[in-house]
Write a protein that binds this ligand. Structure first.
Ligand code: HEC
Length: 160
C-alpha cells in the first residue's frame, strides 16, 4: 500500500512537472513574432468578419467589395476613392501582415510619410481579432486561384 502511494505521488508530481513545462513552452512564444495569418476557411472567423465588414468597410469599399466608382482616378481634393477588395483591386497583391497594418494603423503609418487619404485607421475601433476576421472575410470572397496566389505572396513575405 505504502509502495503504491509513493508511485502515485511520483506520477502526480511527474504530471504536474510536465504541465509546467508545457505551459512554459506555450506561453513563452514571443508575441511580437506572431505572424498575422488570414484564415479564409475558418467559417466562424469569416462570419464575424462579414459582420465587421458591413458595419465598418462597406460604406466605402462597397457591399459587394466593388469599391467606389472610378477608383483609379484622384478626386478634386487629390485623394483616391476607395479601391475594390474583390479580385479586380490590388488588395490581394499585398501580404497578410501589410493588410493588417494598413487596416490597424492607416496608410500614412505604413508608408511613414504624410499622405492625406480617406482610409481610416481602426486601431481604436477594432480588436486585432476583428481586423484578422474582416480581412479573412475579404480573402474568402476571392476565387480559389487568387487565394492561392495570395498564400504565396504572404509566404514569400514571411520568409524575408
Ligand atoms: C471612409 C472610407 C473608407 C472606409 C470606411 C474604409 N476604407 Fe479602406 N480605403 C479607403 C481608401 C480611400 C483607400 C485608398 C487610399 C489611398 O490609397 O489613397 C483604402 C484602402 C484600403 C486598403 C489598402 C488596399 C490596397 O490595395 O493597398 C485596405 C487593406 C483597406 N482599405 C481595408 C479596409 C477595411 C478592412 C475597412 C473596414 C474595417 C476599410 N478599409 C474601411 C477608404 C475607406
Amino acid at each position: 500500500m505504502a509502495k503504491l502511494s509513493t508511485t502515485m505521488m511520483l506520477l502526480v508530481a511527474g504530471g504536474a512537472l510536465l504541465s509546467v513545462v508545457a505551459a512554459y513552452f506555450i506561453t513563452s512564444a514571443p508575441a511580437g513574432n506572431a505572424r498575422i495569418q488570414l484564415m479564409p476557411n475558418d467559417t466562424e472567423l469569416v462570419s464575424l468578419g462579414g459582420a465587421v465588414y458591413v458595419q465598418n468597410c462597406a460604406a466605402c469599399h462597397g457591399a459587394a467589395l466593388q469599391g467606389q466608382a472610378n477608383w483609379r482616378s484622384r478626386m478634386a481634393n487629390g485623394r483616391l476613392p476607395a479601391p475594390p477588395h474583390d479580385e479586380t483591386g490590388h488588395t490581394w497583391h499585398h501580404p497578410d501582415d501589410y493588410l493588417f497594418a494598413v487596416t490597424k494603423y492607416g496608410i500614412e503609418a505604413m508608408i511613414k510619410n504624410t499622405y492625406p487619404n480617406n482610409m481610416p485607421a481602426y486601431e481604436d475601433q477594432l480588436s486585432d481579432r476583428e481586423i484578422i476576421a474582416v480581412l479573412s472575410y475579404i480573402k474568402s470572397q476571392w476565387p480559389r486561384k487568387i487565394q492561392r496566389q495570395h498564400d504565396q505572396i504572404s509566404q514569400r513575405s514571411s520568409n524575408q
